[in-house]
Design a protein around this ligand. Structure first.
Ligand code: ATP
Ligand code: MG
Length: 158
């Protein structure tokens, strides 16, 4: 479906904001205008659910999660940043692998299977985008992905 991603993203953030039981602040840095992309809404909902639940899960009490959309010529760059535990540099390339979890003891306590980001990666790539993480141990983590604007046939007049 052709979707205004700003509205779509806001709706998902709203759902987390309304149901959260943790003391975490949300900040949105989103464009004020529309940004239409061709997406499968169910799949992108799952991508964002997986990324945002991680941000919540690994955030400290009183933490802050920042939601951003930036625009580049041919794509949107969507990101979710937290100021939680972070991910050690040597593990960062593996977090999108199936069943990979950084700290066995810590993650056992927090629960999960290690599939969330692997699924997110698969779905972002199915939309022609890419996904990556930047993180500093003890400072926080930012997960970003791109969504290309797919040129439709009707746009050929430009
Ligand atoms: P699941 O999502 O299946 O419930 P999970 O959250 O452990 O389990 P992923 O979402 O795939 O699995 O994440 C993989 C690992 O990456 C996590 O176990 C955690 O170690 C690390 N990780 C992911 N997001 C964050 C984050 N925001 N802050 C710190 N570590 C993270
Ligand atoms: Mg997860």
């Amino acid at each position: 479906e052709l979707v205004d991603f700003i509205v779509f993203y806001n709706r998902i953030i709203d759902r987390f904001e309304l149901t959260k039981e943790q003391n975490v602040t949300f900040e949105r840095k989103l464009p004020k205008h529309v940004a239409f992309v061709e997406i499968d809404e169910d799949k992108l909902t799952q991508v964002l659910d997986n990324i945002i639940s991680n941000a919540m899960k690994y955030s400290p009490e009183g933490g802050k999660i920042t939601f951003t959309i930036k625009e580049q010529e041919q794509q949107l760059i969507v990101s979710v940043a937290d100021n939680g535990v972070g991910i050690p540099k040597e593990n960062i390339s593996k977090i999108f692998d199936r069943f990979y979890r950084v700290d066995k003891a810590r993650t056992r306590r927090l629960g999960g299977t290690g599939l969330g980001l692997a699924i997110a990666k698969e779905m972002v790539e199915a939309h022609g985008g890419r996904i990556w993480a930047s993180s500093k141990e003890g400072k926080g983590t930012k997960i970003s992905f791109t969504l290309p604007y797919i040129q439709s046939e009707e746009d050929d007049w430009v």
